[in-house]
Design a binder for this molecule. Sequence first.
Ligand code: ZN
Length: 219
Amino acid sequence: MLNHVCWLCKANTGHNLVGEARFVGPEAGVRPEQLACAAYECSICHGISVALFPFRNPGSLSMPLYQFITTVRGDELRWRPSVTETKDYPDVPDHIAEAATEAYECDSSEHYRGAIMLARAVIEATAKDNGITTGTLYNKIEALATAGLIRAIIKDAAHGVRQLGNEMAHGDFVDPISAEESQLVIRLMGEILNDVYQSPAVISQAQQAAQARQQGGQQ
Ligand SMILES: [Zn+2]
């Protein structure tokens, strides 16, 4: 039994092999690089997941695949469907919040380029929504800070995201994107949305509540 976070019930549960593991794809078992694949059933909700295991050189396996697959750990396999985490961005205008959620889900699904490009677009849309409609992304980030909508420390970090996405936006996929870079960008996008929309909303709610209490006390 393998431990793995189930995409369906989201619990870290034991998974039992269903049927036999196999090499898949054209000329299965012959090419120098091969993908092994096996189906597993969650012991709690009975949802089926597919575990993938790429082999550089399947011919070098010292034991049959069905035996080998019993020796691996759950975190050594790539699982599909993967557990996709999601996140809502309350108090953010719908068209921006939906794109931000999509960026978050891209990162969670290991689509790092997509995550960064979308996060960049979310920053740009946030500027436009606040009347900053002209200039490059660089100018818009500067204008957001000048208007006091984002903190100076966030402004500097936002320029980092801009630079990271810049090459990709112009068709240059030079350097591979790491999971850490993508996660940093998603966190930073969250900080910007917090500065511009969420934090002011919380403060305004607190002020309204205090006002209501004051008025109640005067009666
Ligand atoms: Zn499950």
